[in-house]
Design a binder for this molecule. Sequence first.
Ligand code: ASP
Length: 334
Amino acid sequence: MKRRKFIQNTSLGSLGVVAGATALACKSESEKEATTLATDKEEKNIPMVIATWEVPNAVSKAWSTLQEGRTALDAIEEGCKVEEADPENQSVGYGGLPDRDGNVTLDACIMNSKGDYGSVVYLQNIKHPISIARKVMEDTPHVLMAGMGAQQFALELGFEKENLLTEASKAAWEEWKKTSEYKPIINIENHDTIGMLAIDKDGNISGGCTTSGLAYKMAGRVGDSPIIGAGLFVDNEIGAATATGMGEEVLKTVGSFLIVELMRQGMSPQAACEEAVRRIVSKNPNHKDFQVGYIAVNKKGETGAYAIHEGFLATVHQNEKMKTYAPEYHLTGP
Ligand code: ASP
């Protein structure tokens, strides 16, 4: 099932609430499953790839890149590019839903195992922002480039200027304009980004995140996805995390950095994702009205995934097996 459909089918009314202490005390099925997948054979934990949502094509591409002996960084770029090029994915790259003025504006970032980071925000007419983010990281003295400057940089690199607004996304935007209801808080169906983490055969970790952001956002709005520590964070000694969903909430809690720091303090990737979700839930009484999901991996290749609401999926390739799974849902919070 396509991610957007899956989320649309999620009924908020059907969601149960479990007290935070209980929820955090019991190890979820998803954690058991993820841990099992990671520890079936310790030596096969790595290489590995994990991504937000049901993205088998992207994860397969990243996996095959690792199998060629290439780095986790290469795997991230290759994997993310698959979703960026897919017009069916209306939340990333080509075919992404536009802002409320009809402009497709893209955000992406990438981080390598040395702690280097590159990012583009509000990039237009360039299909592969993840590649431009990598170039920012590798070829410039900067870490973050925005708007026309980022586009100019991409064109100088030889990237093609393209119209990224597909007929389907234009039609969806025109339909939205009939009401122009701008409800960034409750449009949970408008959130899905690809965040991807990988560990290569040498045990080095990299991550990336790419999105067209919140559909019909105000012109100029940038979310969490390209912001270091919010949408993505990698520490090669500890692990990595990435986010999807309501970017404003991830930004306010610096979610991915939080998860990595919690893992540094000894939490499992699963427990750390759950705590980062709990942090949002405990701070925002409107948490029933938006979605945020996290995935994480530690240095051993153990994985975690969690979200505020049911409907969140993660796709992992490890031990020669790929699967998409839904973390067991138990809303953490007061
Ligand atoms: N996190 C992204 C943003 O807020 C949206 C998404 O996940 O789809 O821009």
